[in-house]
Write a protein that binds this ligand. Sequence first.
Ligand code: ADP
Length: 159
Amino acid sequence: MRGVALYPGTFDPITNGHTDIVQRAARIFDRVIVAVAHGTSKNVCFPTDQRVELARIVLADVPNCEICRFDGLLANFARQRGARIILRGLRAVSDFEYEFQLAGMNRKIIPDVDTIFLTPAEQYQFISSSLIREIAALKGDVSAFVHPAVAAALVKRYA
Ligand code: ADP
């Protein structure tokens, strides 16, 4: 499959689950743009620049992948970058409802862009950035779920 896939998210921080999705997508599409949301309504743990920087380190060996931040409406960013595909990850049924709604809304706003879902390998299905943050905040070991650079950033953040 050719074309550009836009993978938007908060990536607060990027986990092995996100990485698995990017690696899969990079084998399917010409180019994957990991779009780190700046103006998110979520209460973030890491500032945007650091979320971008960590994603760059983690995904350094995926050649057809680019990491950038985006502000404002995803639809506008997709149009600006010429992406016809929005990529999202699906872990469990619990993700489905929100993702389904998001995909439907994006289709209303930009009908020519489709949302494609990929599922991660089994061992990554239970990983979420919020759980990782929670474990790190309680001084737990997250090294099995994130890249060493992310683990180090979490230790520093919650020191
Ligand atoms: P958002 O705030 O947009 O949900 P996230 O960074 O939490 O941003 O997630 C971005 C995308 O990656 C979402 O589609 C989410 O379902 C997916 N995702 C998150 N964690 C995983 C994982 N462990 N495996 C596969 N997909 C994941």
